[in-house]
Design a binder for this molecule. Structure first.
Ligand code: HCA
Ligand code: CU
Length: 381
């Protein structure tokens, strides 16, 4: 069952730190890890201790914070990085090396044979040091790598019998869901190992690709809060949750969904950005209904135009009424909520007035309320 047994690897403290305006203080990292843990993510990935002395100290602080989530760190495929990471007390290591022609030439200069040998050496070294550590091996830029190269690398690493998980990374956001499905499916069939998907969002497929990976049998998906990361980031936590919720709400029942607005706002504040207006679940317009016919139907039954229930996320829907597309059902509902009992004819009259005035400019809710109150005064006379 593809969606029933997956884990989120929350990488706001690794990939997310690579976002243009993200520089989390030690206290902020603890706060982020704490709320993500409370939300229920299974794993939290942190920047390599080799990145800087503070990065190393931060890993140590979080591994000793007593969280339920497993703490991972993300390292390059070499013994030095592995040795430093092993010393921090993390639960797992995510090891990565580039396999696309672009990265082989410009990132590390090794060919496929050398990558295979290096991977074997580093995996053996890690296992010798810590037999119980959770070990993942990933190729970077998987989807611009030659398939024959990838299979050689993955199969030789799998044959070592040392890793728990293989990672597939759409580093430049180029993959289509069909390609992700095919690649993940192939690795599941050939290796039987857990498979992780990490997808960038350069061309807008990060969530769809994560979903395709799960459909093909992936067991782990990388996310960051709001999708922050290099360039325009990766699969957003809230977007993945929204996607899986709409397939079947039970698939995300293990998470504390009502924390999502607070989590998104926390990261937006720390990175000095706004939550995008059209963000999944937490965007300002995510549960805003406007046109009269939509408002009428939603008032009768919210499922007519809502696939996610705002109350499951601690949010509520809004019906915009001070505009030219407004309808009298929404206006009647507003009058009722103000405790006014207006005849249908009066409500229709006010609706027409609002439409006429709003042809010039939208009306604030206070202005609409004033018109309704005025009409009520008229009715009462
Ligand atoms: C990076 C690249 C990476 C790694 C992903 C992974 C990518 O910034 O080091 O290890 O699964 O997008 O390829 O984030
Ligand atoms: Cu990445």
């Amino acid at each position: 069952m593809p969606f029933e047994n997956y884990s989120i690897i929350e990488s706001t403290l690794r990939e997310g730190e690579q976002f243009s305006t993200a520089t989390f203080t030690p206290a902020q990292k603890l706060e982020i890890a704490g709320i993500l843990d409370d939300f229920g993510v299974e794993m939290i990935e942190m920047t390599s201790p080799s990145a800087s002395p503070q990065s190393e100290a931060d890993i140590r602080a979080i591994t000793s914070a007593g969280l339920n989530a497993r703490i991972l760190t993300h390292i390059r495929c070499n013994r030095d990085d592995a040795a430093r990471a092993l010393d921090t007390g993390v639960d797992g290591l995510d090891v990565v090396i580039g396999t696309s022609p672009q990265l082989m030439q410009h990132s590390h200069g090794r060919n496929i044979r050398q990558i295979i040998d290096l991977a074997a050496d580093v995996m053996r070294y890690i296992r010798e040091q810590k037999p119980d550590i959770i070990l993942r091996f990933s190729t970077e830029d998987t989807f611009r790598s030659r398939e024959s190269d990838l299979l050689r690398v993955y199969l030789s690493v799998a044959d070592l019998g040392l890793v728990d998980r293989l990672g597939v990374a759409d580093t430049v956001g180029v993959a289509l869901p069909t390609q992700v499905y095919a690649m993940v499916g192939q690795l599941v069939r050939l290796t039987g190992l857990d498979i992780e998907f990490h997808g960038h969002n350069d061309s807008g497929c990060a969530i769809a690709n994560a979903c395709a990976a799960l459909e093909a049998g992936a067991t782990h998906i990388d996310t960051t809060v709001l999708g922050i990361g290099e360039r325009n980031g990766i699969t957003p936590l809230g977007g993945l949750v929204a996607r899986l919720y709409t397939i079947r709400r039970e698939y995300v029942a293990k998470y504390k969904l009502a924390l999502l607005p607070q989590i998104d706002q926390l990261i937006a504040d720390m990175c000095q950005i706004d939550i995008p207006f059209n963000n999944y679940v937490t965007g300002s317009s995510a549960f805003m209904h406007k046109a009269g016919i939509h408002a009428k139907a939603v008032l009768a039954d919210p499922t007519t135009y809502e696939i996610l229930k705002p109350e499951d996320f601690g949010l509520s829907r809004e019906i915009a009424i001070g505009h030219r597309l407004t309808g009298w059902n929404a206006m009647r509902e507003r009058a009722r909520s103000l405790g006014l009992s207006l005849t249908d004819d009066t409500v229709r009259d006010v609706t027409q007035t609002v439409k006429r005035l709003a042809d010039d400019r939208p009306l604030s809710i206070a202005e609409v309320d004033a018109l309704l109150l005025q009409a009520a005064g008229g009715d009462l006379r």
